[in-house]
Design a binder for this molecule. Structure first.
Ligand SMILES: [Zn+2]
Length: 369
């Protein structure tokens, strides 16, 4: 997701914040402070509530992540954005049980925090009004987070629970994903339709703003469902191929000591290739993807040698030629790399770039094979 910045690491998981989060932050603070503009105390309460809610969303995502990790699903990062958070997995769950536990952990955590806030609110009737209202809002927001995420449309948590349950009973991962996705898209369209009705008819005194907001959430859900399904399909498709089938074998070889000017003029433009092997005296030294050249300013192309910007061979991961392509994609995600060498019997026989995997599937799809 673009437009994010790093907040640091928790339990070894990278935490990121998307700028859209600030919209939620502002709306929540506004709801709390609006009736008491002039009171500094209320401002303090408003901001504290936002920060505590922020911590609640992190707790929700951490619950997913830690339960996932305990069930063999590595989590690389958590991104907080306008609709909550997303935990980025580098691997899909291997069993329905693992997926079910991981998916349910987040809403369970939010429901527990909400429940705790309710108890605090219920048993402390003597609390000052601003504190009581903070606790009440935290309860409401956490319960809303749990409820919204339990809507049974993929890729929401509830959709994952639905998929895991169907998968468990039918044993058919693909079909279960399809059904959970269709429900997700259906929920999205329902929200859009409901939002439009609210904008024009204002039932139950709901404002046009609420309608717009609901329609916007629906649009987001519909897209998320379709995109997640496409990704799931891609991953399934990759499983059917081996490294040897998807790798590029005819990468042109460039010498390590030529300048970028020479590489661009003599190799890249005439060949149209995007990935090159770098060799010195017949020995493989590394690889040169097109992306490595882009950051070097053109003025320096005449004085920069390929050797200086190539990815050296000892930094590259090596896949076995028989390894399945999905496994390779997962390894790339885990190690944050975009290329891997393919070896057979100790000899490098090709290279796989991340883009190649998608191009490979697209080409096959276009040919209908
Ligand atoms: Zn969740």
């Amino acid at each position: 997701m673009g437009g994010t910045f790093n907040l640091g690491k928790v339990f070894g998981i990278q935490l990121r914040l998307h700028y859209s989060w600030f919209i939620i932050f502002a709306l929540l603070a506004f709801a709390l402070v609006a009736p008491h503009w002039s009171s500094g105390f209320w401002w303090g309460i408003g901001i504290t509530t936002c920060l505590l809610f922020f911590a609640s969303v992190i707790a929700h995502e951490l619950a997913h992540s830690l339960v996932g990790r305990a069930n063999g699903i590595p989590i690389k990062s958590i991104t907080l954005f306008i609709f909550g958070g997303i935990a980025q997995m580098t691997k899909e769950a291997a069993s329905p049980n693992a997926e079910l536990k991981m998916a349910a952990a987040g809403p369970a955590c939010s429901a527990a925090i909400g429940g705790m806030c309710f108890l605090i609110w219920f048993f402390n009737s003597g609390m000052p009004a601003p504190v009581a209202s903070m606790v009440w809002w935290l309860m409401f927001m956490n319960l809303a987070l749990a409820t919204f995420n339990m809507i049974p449309g993929f890729p929401l948590d509830g959709g994952r629970v639905l998929r895991a349950t169907l998968w468990r009973f039918t044993g058919d991962y693909k079909r279960s994903t399809l059904i959970a996705t269709r429900v997700g898209e259906g929920v999205g369209y329902t929200f859009i339709a409901g939002g439009i009705v609210i904008v024009f008819l204002n039932p139950f005194g709901l404002s046009w703003f609420t309608g717009l907001w609901i329609a916007f959430i629906g649009w987001f859900l519909k897209n998320a469902a379709s995109n997640s399904y496409r990704q799931a399909q891609w991953r399934q498709a990759l499983k059917r191929f081996t490294a040897a089938q998807v790798m590029t074998v005819n990468c042109p070889v460039v010498p390590a000591d030529v300048t970028l000017n020479q590489v661009v003029q003599e190799y890249i433009i005439p060949s149209g290739c995007r990935l090159f092997m770098v060799a010195d005296m017949g020995k493989l030294e590394g690889i040169l993807p097109l992306q490595s050249i882009k950051p070097v300013s053109q003025q320096n192309w005449g004085v920069t040698q390929v050797r200086e910007i190539m990815i050296p061979i000892d930094k590259l991961k090596v896949a076995d030629s028989g390894q399945d392509a999905l496994n390779i994609l997962e390894q790339m995600d885990e190690s944050d790399t975009n290329q891997m060498l393919v070896a057979s019997e100790g000899r490098v026989i090709g290279v796989i770039a991340r883009d190649d995997l998608i191009t490979f599937l697209r080409t096959r799809a276009e040919l209908g094979i």
